[in-house]
Design a protein around this ligand. Structure first.
Ligand code: HOZ
Length: 428
C-alpha cells in the first residue's frame, strides 16, 4: 500500500500540532506505523490522501451510523449553512431537536445542547453536584467520559492507549473527589457509598462501556446501581455518548430498561458535526442556568449547522426504526465470521458484542471490566490492526476502543471483512 502523501502530511503535521494529530489515538502509536490522512468518505468507505480505499469500521468513532455523506444529512447541512453558520442566538432547529430527543429518550424531560461529549459529561457532573450539594462522584475503571479533569483517573480510550489513565495536570484536590470502582462490581459500589455517607453526588458510567473495548453490563448491574442511587439520594448518570441512538432509538437505557436521572449524549446526535447534550429529569435540569443557579454556557451551543445535521440524522433514525434490526443483523454476520475464523484456527480470543458495537480482545478470559481488558496482548492487537489495514479494513487503532457498524455496510463488505480476518488469523 502506497502511503507517501499521508507520511508527508504527518511529518509536516508534527511540526505544528502536538504529535501531529488533534486527538491522540489517531497517531497510531499503539499499533505501529504512521496514521493515514483521510481525504473523503462515502457510504461504508474511507479514502486516504494516496487514494487507498478502506471499509470503515469506526464510523468517526460512532456518529456515522447511516454511513458517510448520507444524502439526508448532507442536504440539511447545505440548507443550513446558506443561512449563516452561526447566530449566537436561539433558533428553530434547537427547539425541534430538543423535542425530538425528549420523544426518543423517555428519561429525558429537558435537554441542553453543548458542543462535545466532554462538555456534556463535565456539565452533567457539575449539575449533579449543584443539585445534591455534594462534591464526590463515582466512576468506573476503564470508562472514559471525555477529558474533563474529574474523569482522567483510571480512564479508558486514548488515555489508557497512551499509557496515561491518570493524567498529569489533574490536581490532587480534583482526583480525591473521584471515587473508583471496577465495572460490573456492585459490591465495591456499596462499600464506597457506605464509606462516603451523603457525600456522593453522582454515579456516572457508560451503561455499555465502549472505551475499554466493548464491555457489557452483567445481569443486575444497572438495576443495582439504580437502586443504590435511589436509596442514597445519588444522581445516576448514563454516559450514552456512544450508545445513545446506536443500540436503540432510546439508547442503552431502552435496551436494559433502566431510567437514569441524567443522560449525556454526543456523536450520533450531531450527525458528524461537533455536538453533545445532557438532559434528564425536569427537576434536575431546571437547576441549570438561567432557570437555576448551576452555570453552563457556550457561544456555539445549538449551532444551526450542527443542529441541522443532528436533526436530520435523528429524524431518520426515528422514522426508520427497522434500521436497528438491520445493523444488528450485519454485526452478527461480521461477528459470526470472526468466530468461525477463530475456531478454524484454534484461536480462543474473546469477542464482546451488542447491537452494532463489538470488540475482539486478544485474551482468552472473559472481558467484563478494566482489569480483564488490560490482560490483552496489545502487540498482537497491533499485528491484527496492521494486517486488516493492509487488506483495506480500517479499525480503531487501539485495543481499548469498540468498533461501530454503519447501515452502509452490506454483504460485499461483510465478506471482505471475513476474508481479511482469515488472512490475519491464518498467519498467527
Ligand atoms: N476518545 C475517542 C474515542 N473513544 C477518540 C476520538 C478520536 O481520536 O477521534
Amino acid at each position: 500500500m502506497k502511503i507517501d502523501t499521508s507520511k508527508e502530511l504527518f511529518e509536516k503535521a508534527k511540526h505544528f500540532i502536538p504529535g501531529g494529530v488533534n486527538s491522540p489515538v489517531r497517531a497510531f502509536k499503539a499499533v505501529g506505523g504512521d496514521p493515514l490522512f483521510i481525504k473523503k468518505a462515502k457510504g461504508a468507505y474511507l479514502y486516504d490522501e494516496d487514494d487507498n480505499q478502506f471499509i470503515d469500521l469506526i464510523d468517526s468513532w460512532g456518529p456515522m451510523i447511516l454511513g458517510h455523506a448520507h444524502s439526508v444529512i448532507e442536504e440539511e447541512i447545505l440548507r443550513a449553512v446558506k443561512d449563516s453558520p452561526s447566530f449566537g442566538a436561539p433558533s428553530r432547529r434547537e427547539v425541534e431537536i430538543a423535542e425530538l430527543i425528549v420523544s426518543m429518550i423517555p428519561s429525558v424531560e429537558k435537554v441542553r445542547m453543548v458542543n462535545s461529549g466532554t462538555e456534556a459529561t463535565m456539565s452533567a457532573i457539575r449539575l449533579a453536584r449543584g443539585f445534591t450539594k455534594r462534591d464526590k462522584i463515582l466512576k468506573f475503571e476503564g470508562c472514559y467520559h471525555g477529558h474533563g479533569d474529574s474523569f482522567l483517573i483510571a480512564a479508558g480510550s486514548g488515555a489508557i492507549t497512551m499509557g496515561t489513565p491518570d493524567s498529569p495536570g489533574v490536581t490532587e484536590g480534583t482526583a480525591k473527589d473521584t471515587l473508583l470502582a471496577p465495572f460490573n462490581d456492585l459490591e465495591k459500589v456499596k462499600e464506597l457509598i457506605e464509606a462516603n455517607p451523603n457525600e456522593i453526588a453522582a454515579i456516572i458510567l457508560e451503561p455499555v462501556a465502549g472505551n475499554m473495548g466493548c464491555v457489557i453490563p452483567g445481569e443486575g448491574f444497572l438495576e443495582g446501581l439504580r437502586k443504590l442511587c435511589d436509596e442514597n439520594g445519588i444522581v445516576l448518570i448514563f454516559d450514552e455518548v456512544m450508545t445513545g441512538f446506536r443500540l436503540a432509538k432510546g439508547g442503552a437505557q431502552e435496551v436494559f430498561n433502566i431510567q437514569p436521572d441524567l443522560t449525556t449524549l454526543g456523536k450520533i446526535i450531531g450527525g458528524g458535526m461537533p455536538v453533545g447534550a445532557y438532559g434528564g429529569k425536569k427537576e434536575i435540569m431546571d437547576f441549570v442556568s438561567p432557570e437555576g443557579p448551576v452555570y453552563q454556557a457556550g457561544t456555539l451551543s445549538g449551532n444551526p449547522v450542527a443542529m441541522a445535521a443532528g436533526l436530520a440524522q435523528l429524524h431518520y433514525l426515528n422514522t426508520h426504526p427497522e434500521i436497528y434490526a438491520q445493523l444488528e443483523a450485519t454485526t452478527n454476520q461480521i461477528v459470526d465470521g470472526y468466530q468461525s475464523v477463530l475456531e478454524k484456527n484454534n484461536l480462543n480470543y474473546t469477542m464482546n458484542k451488542i447491537g452494532s458495537m463489538f470488540s475482539l480482545f486478544f485474551t482468552n478470559i472473559q472481558v467484563t471490566d478494566f482489569a480483564s481488558a488490560k490482560s490483552c496482548d496489545t502487540e498482537k492487537f497491533g499485528r491484527y490492526f496492521r494486517s486488516m489495514l493492509e487488506s483495506g479494513i480500517y479499525l480503531a487503532p487501539s485495543q481499548f476502543e469498540a468498533l461501530f457498524i454503519s447501515a452502509a455496510i452490506g454483504e460485499k463488505e461483510v465478506e471482505r471483512i471475513a476474508s481479511s480476518f482469515e488472512s490475519f488469523a491464518a498467519g498467527q
